[in-house]
Write a protein that binds this ligand. Structure first.
Ligand code: ADP
Ligand code: MG
Length: 280
């Protein structure tokens, strides 16, 4: 309580927007990723209108908002997946550990190893379970021999909570697994290259409730080792898995804060209306 009083006193001494920012910032730890003034166009159509957002390390940040509001577009900016979309133009600044990800010296392949991605639909390669996980480490030369590769594969499958289910059939095709197992295989594939940030775009929307619960538990474990950004249209899921929530609407970031605060005491009326189901 004492700390809170001190914080309130500081907050009062600042003008309101600054006070809000000071309260929002909390202890001064540099964000893992930060975006400033990010605007994005698909041809003539603008999809993002100046997004300022900090992604904190070892937290899960949930991006919520109605369909078409720019959540996936924003997520793809973080590891430059939009680069491959023709006619897509981006302005503003995006940093990873303070380093501009659009700097000409940045190797995009390396960036995507540091900022990995898991998609909505599980998309294992048409290869064995083992080769799905070994794929990234092979490209990046992360293992010096078979024993090291075996170790990476085992650790990654353990990290994704899949090892016990597949240890006896590592050379069976990844596509033969159930949907939930396939999505955990994709998570194992993502963590095999030791990323720092994992982007997940509605990772459970193609899964049944049990598989969803499994992946949600996994996300909570993963955030201790990685930084997670998860897009979800499911507000209960955002509340369950994330520490911070960012609400997007029509390409703008309306509000961001601690997940509990956003869901119980949102600052913006639009957030309130969205979380109470008045639109979406
Ligand atoms: P969300 O993930 O919140 O549903 P998106 O980021 O997919 O929203 O889409 C934001 C807006 O950008 C939408 O109007 C969508 O139609 C448009 N959009 C998304 N991807 C593309 C693309 N590859 N080309 C053109 N327009 C796109
Ligand atoms: Mg989307």
């Amino acid at each position: 309580m004492q700390g809170e009083t001190a914080l309130n006193a500081t907050a009062l001494a600042l003008d309101p927007p600054q006070a809000a920012r000071a309260a929002e910032a909390g202890p001064k730890t540099a964000p893992k990723m930060a975006t400033r003034g990010v605007k994005l166009w698909y041809g003539a159509k603008q999809a993002l209108f100046g997004i300022d957002l900090d992604i904190k390390a070892n937290e899960a940040t949930a991006l919520i908002g109605p369909s078409g509001c720019g959540k996936s577009t924003y997520l793809r900016c973080l590891n430059r997946m939009n680069d491959v979309i023709e006619g897509c133009r981006i302005e503003g600044e995006i940093t990873l550990d303070g380093e501009d990800v659009y700097d000409r010296r940045i190797d995009v392949v390396q960036l995507r190893a540091r900022v990995g991605m898991v998609f909505q639909k599980p998309n294992p390669f048409p290869k064995s379970i083992y080769d799905n996980v070994a794929y990234g480490p092979r490209i990046h030369g992360l293992a010096r021999g078979k024993a090291e590769m075996d170790e990476i594969v085992e650790q990654s499958l353990k990290g994704a909570g899949l090892w016990k289910e597949v240890a006896d059939r590592l050379h069976a095709p990844g596509t033969g697994l159930s949907g939930g197992q396939q999505q955990r295989l994709c998570i194992a594939r993502a963590i095999a290259v030791s990323p720092e940030v994992i982007l997940m775009d509605e990772p459970c929307s193609a899964l049944d409730p049990i598989a969803t619960a499994h992946v949600e538990e996994l996300i909570d474990e993963l955030r201790h080792d990685f930084t997670i950004v998860i897009v979800t249209h499911n507000m209960q899921q955002a509340a369950r898995v994330s520490q911070r929530t960012a609400f997007f609407h029509l390409g703008k970031l309306i509000e961001v804060g601690e997940t509990d605060q956003v869901f119980t005491n949102p600052r913006e009326r639009m957030t309130q209306e969205y979380i109470t189901g008045r639109f979406g």
